[in-house]
Design a protein. Structure first.
Length: 205
């Protein structure tokens, strides 16, 4: 998992409420277990016309937001089914941070496990950030995870809360496997001691 300490870039404004995981990545993309390539299916139903062409009215198809690193979203983002592909699709597109008033609990957990930062801010702050994001590629946002601040294009700072465990994992690029491997010495010691003291547990060769 890639570490995330600071992030700077353009934010795509998408102030819709109740954007569910089927809207983020529809069911036809769930056949794969690969995390790569899902960015093309992100927001499929809104992003493409029936003939497969780009919908020019959708925010991520506009030139200013094709390389967006942030998404400014509405309340209850990521609701619906528990598909982890939703987090994979956002990350594969290049969006590593979503800022919204609230998130679905399952999506919230999945996103952090995949190296994304989800930031909860009051609706008043979301409204301010959305308006600034509408200025397009000239509006640059930045996040400093260490200080837990979002700096808007106008220079205003918005402080967010984040539990210490998720912060530690993101800062150090630790997923669940990497967290386990941090204890590799203790695990190896336990296995060696067990093999010596409980030889009957050791399978015959």
């Amino acid at each position: 998992m890639r570490a995330l300490k600071e992030l700077t870039g353009v934010a795509a404004p998408m102030p819709m409420i109740n954007v569910d995981t089927d809207m983020i990545i529809p069911k036809q993309y769930l056949k794969t277990i690969s995390r790569e390539g899902l960015g093309k299916g992100l927001f499929h139903s809104m992003r493409y016309n029936d003939d497969g062409s780009d919908n020019p009215d959708f925010v991520l198809n506009k030139e200013a937001y094709k390389q967006a690193n942030f998404l400014i979203a509405g309340d209850n983002f990521g609701c619906g089914s528990s598909r982890e592909h939703a987090a994979w699709a956002l990350e594969d597109f290049g969006i590593r941070c979503v800022i919204a008033p609230s998130f679905s609990d399952i999506f919230y957990n999945n996103a952090f496990k995949n190296g994304m930062l989800l930031i909860k801010l009051p609706q008043e702050s979301i409204d301010q950030l959305t308006k600034q994001a509408e200025y397009g590629s000239n509006a640059v946002f930045s996040v400093d995870l260490e200080s837990q601040t979002v700096t808007a294009p106008d220079g205003s700072e918005h402080t967010f809360e984040l539990d210490d465990f998720r912060k530690h994992c993101l800062l150090n690029g630790l997923d669940e496997i990497a967290l386990t491997l941090e204890k590799e010495t203790n695990i190896s010691s336990f296995e060696n001691n067990t093999a010596t003291s409980h030889k009957w547990l050791t399978p015959a060769v």
